[in-house]
Write a protein that binds this ligand. Structure first.
Ligand code: PLP
Length: 466
């Protein structure tokens, strides 16, 4: 493998080396379990200090791209997390075992199935847009988004208690793109980012891709413990914190008002920004819709992301974010660099869908339907063997997070369930810590009530056997 170091570049030598090795590992030019050259050999070859190589290797080790064997050297780690989902709607692939669930009961998928999509109404708005705007629907749009849609979003936000100028609203291709654009804009190599433990894996990937140093704080029923967060903030510079305040993925918890206000006070005192990722606040089943952190934000420290993937159609890639004023130009530029703009036809059709009140009606229907699934699944969980417990009691959303006794063999349970045709997600997928968490997530987004009955009874039987 050819390594090159450029002494003239501003990038530190160890970062240059780290990046080349990382790329070689990701591209499989350095294969799993192969030995990396000894530190002294690389140092001599590149005419650099061995301490520089050590620093590069330490970074690779921290990202778990390599592992060290005492007295033997450093080796390339086998490919990352074993459970990787592909596709949706009954197609779950476990990369390390190549086992695929093509038919069966899918408690893993977190997106609604196509039979729930409002295709008829959406077809109507698409046709109206085409009659009205013709070819204009297919030109490049402004990177910030189609202006009338941003106006409709402003009205939609007002109903959620968030009053913002249109200029702060950025349309994005799904919440995942919002997180990625923010990571590219706000996170530099080795910056400290804080997340909840457990958290959404797509956000972890976006921050890790930027070389962020991620610290996680365990969730309680009403958010993270702010005293331990503050102790941490006293010792470390933190640039960003990423949270889901309503029906969090995967635990289902909702931050209390007290903790939301406390977090904003900390953001002000220690000068950091907060990303509030809201996919699920529409799906409340007990009481009222949770109030967003953004509604309490007087200092413009919260970047609010709202996705419609979970209550509408994920493939439409429709989401937006509300930006602090000083971030508008940088995010606009990042969006332009990423994909110029979201699809004009989709934005125009979605705008009409919002203006005509179709979205609210559809969401109400989804809430009713998911509430029935939620209640059924909760009842079924309550009849699981003792020791298998709900970690929290969510008031909405699409998930339940269950904890297991410490000595429970989750891997065995997972594979047995898969063999019987039932998929769910094991806890480690949601953690930055590379160890199996004694937890798993059950989602009811992609299963009807019959499947919940059948699948939960099956899991119950397996839990009794193991
Ligand atoms: C918390 C969270 N954020 C973002 C996303 C990505 O959603 P989108 O389809 O809007 O990109 C998901 C998807 O599961 C999610 O759970």
């Amino acid at each position: 493998m050819l390594l090159k170091i450029d002494q003239e570049r501003k990038t530190s030598l160890y970062i240059q080396l780290y990046k080349q090795l990382k790329r070689a590992i990701i591209e499989n030019r350095l294969t799993a379990n192969s030995k990396l050259p000894p530190i002294r050999v690389i140092a001599d070859e590149l005419e650099i200090n061995p301490a520089t190589v050590v620093k590069a290797y330490n970074l690779l080790e921290r990202e778990e791209l390599i592992y060290k064997k005492v007295g033997s050297g450093s080796y390339v780690s086998p490919p990352g997390k074993p459970y990787i989902l592909r596709g949706s709607n009954r197609s779950v692939l476990i990369e390390d075992t190549d086992e695929e669930l093509t038919s069966g009961i899918n408690f893993a998928s977190a997106t609604p199935t196509p039979d729930l999509f409002p295709v008829v109404d959406f077809k109507k708005v698409i046709n109206r847009v085409l009659d009205r705007d013709g070819g204009e629907s297919f030109v490049y749009q402004k990177s910030q988004g189609y202006y009338p849609l941003r106006e409709s979003i402003q009205i939609y936000l007002h109903e959620l208690g968030i009053d913002q100028e249109v200029k702060r609203i950025q349309v994005v291709s799904g919440a995942q793109q919002a997180i990625d654009l923010l990571a590219r804009t706000l996170v530099d190599f080795d910056d400290r980012v804080i997340v909840e433990e457990p958290t959404y894996s797509g956000a972890l990937s976006a921050f890790l891709n930027r070389g962020a140093h991620i610290s996680s704080f365990p969730l309680e029923h009403d958010g993270i413990d702010l005293d331990s967060l503050e102790n941490f903030l006293m010792a470390e510079d933190v640039s960003l914190i990423y949270i889901m305040t309503s029906f969090q993925n995967p635990t289902g918890i909702t931050w209390s008002r007290e903790k939301k206000e406390g977090l904003l006070r900390l953001a002000s005192r220690y000068n950091f920004l907060i990303i509030e990722d809201d996919c699920l606040s529409d799906l409340y089943y007990r009481g009222k819709r949770p109030i967003s952190l953004k509604s309490y934000d007087l200092e413009d420290r919260v970047i609010y992301i709202k996705s419609f993937s979970k209550v509408f159609m994920p493939g439409l890639r429709m989401a937006f974010m509300v930006l602090p004023e000083n971030l508008i130009p940088a995010i606009q530029a990042a969006k332009y660099t990423a994909d110029i703009s979201c699809s004009g036809l989709s934005q125009r059709a979605f705008d009409l869908y919002l203006r005509e009140g179709f979205l609210n009606t559809h969401i109400e229907k989804m809430r009713e339907l998911f509430k029935r699934r939620f209640q059924l699944m909760e009842r079924k969980i309550n009849s699981f063997p003792s020791g298998i417990k709900l970690a929290f009691r969510p008031g909405g959303g699409l998930y339940f997070w269950l904890t297991l006794p410490d000595d429970f063999n989750l891997e065995k349970f997972y594979l047995l369930a898969l063999k019987k045709g039932v998929a769910f997600l094991p806890g480690r997928l949601f953690s930055i810590k590379d160890k199996e968490l004694p937890c798993f997530r059950l989602s009811f987004a992609a299963v009807d009530e019959n499947e919940i009955e059948e699948g939960m009874d099956l899991l119950n039987q397996l839990l009794c056997q193991i």
